[in-house]
Design a protein around this ligand. Structure first.
Ligand code: NI
Length: 159
């Protein structure tokens, strides 16, 4: 596994629409492993392939309940509403208030290209919505209410 460089706002790759995955290849498996490693290293809860410069419909999410790998994800249902701070590894050190559904149900393919469904509420619902938008070239700042603010992250070891 290897860390990949996270592209930041202003990089044109973040504004592009990603292509569907039609076949799981060794190269894509390495991409998925690298995306997980890169997300954990950056203390993120989600990462989409375009954020590491790859225009394929792949996202990884971990809201503290273990890794979720989603290939060709689609939201099937959403309901409710939550309003709260949201950030993005491509816009480091910033956050802004975004309203999202409080519940989403999504379908996707796993790493073995098997069809799966997931239901999520609160942070997981927010992460699914946020990551899927990356696949169509959208950033959360398009939905922010009242502008971005600075976020101070402290490492767990206090450094
Ligand atoms: Ni993001």
């Amino acid at each position: 596994m290897a860390l990949r460089t996270i592209r930041t706002q202003g990089d044109p790759v973040l504004g592009k629409v990603c292509r569907e995955v039609t076949e799981m290849t060794p190269k894509l498996k390495i991409l998925i492993e690298d995306m997980l490693e890169t997300m954990y290293e950056a203390n993120g809860v989600g990462l989409a392939a375009p954020q590491v410069g790859i225009l394929r419909r792949v996202v990884v999410i971990d809201v503290g309940e273990g890794p979720i790998v989603m290939v060709n994800p689609t939201i099937l249902e959403s309901s409710g509403e939550q309003t709260g701070d949201e950030g993005c590894l491509s816009i480091p050190g910033k956050a802004g208030v975004v309203t999202r559904p409080n519940y989403v149900k999504a379908s996707f393919l796993n790493e073995d290209m098997e069809t799966c469904e997931i239901e999520g509420t609160e942070l997981l619902a927010r992460a699914i919505c946020h990551e899927l938008e990356h696949l169509d070239g959208h950033l959360y700042v398009e939905k922010v209410e009242g502008g971005l603010h600075d976020v101070v992250y402290e490492d767990e070891d206090g450094e």
